[in-house]
Design a protein around this ligand. Sequence first.
Ligand code: GRF
Length: 218
Amino acid sequence: MLNIAVLVSGGGSNLQAIIDAVACGELPVRIALVLSDRRGAYALERARQHGIPTAVVRPRDYADRPAFDDAVAEILAEHQVELVCLAGFMRLFQADFMRRYAGRVINIHPALLPAFPGLHVQREALEHGVKVSGCTVHFADEGTDTGPIIVQRAVPVLEDDTVETLSARILEQEHLAYVEAIRLYAAGRLRICGRRVRVLPPAPPAGLANCPTEGPTD
Ligand code: GRF
């Protein structure tokens, strides 16, 4: 089973969606580690409640960013993590880390990329006057919210929306999108082709996989 780590900085509602999907058998992965850059992140509490190993790696405890990245990489390796899921993790990794984990780090973003990368994007979407927003799960690269897109889900922007109501509507879809993206990855159904992520069809049921095709008869 695929070993994943979920990296968090805050409340961890996306983490909770992943935990719930694993618990009810919808998502065949093992959450090997929840790692936070902040001691107080409530997401850590959610992990502990479910008996999931946790780690806190704080940038202030390291001389520079490469040293912080190395410390994270070391802990991920100790837990034999195969896929890193950024879920509200407020740090960017540098080039060395991203090369080491190329194609094995995914992120969730509360807007329809490439529109509105970065922070405070629900406010930006409202202020810009878009009629549709949503969320994006994408492979992470060295940029901010720039990697190839795996799954997107759209939500309408309503006349009386505030940042809070729009964020809540997007967050509901984030929980579905993240579980879906991890499920596709775990099933080996994602191929990165340049900027595009191809989603392969599901594998046929085991019993049918090796059926011989009938040759011509004469
Ligand atoms: C989500 O909106 C996610 O898209 C963004 O940070 C927020 C994290 O929320 N990157 P939570 O901690 O999963 O509740």
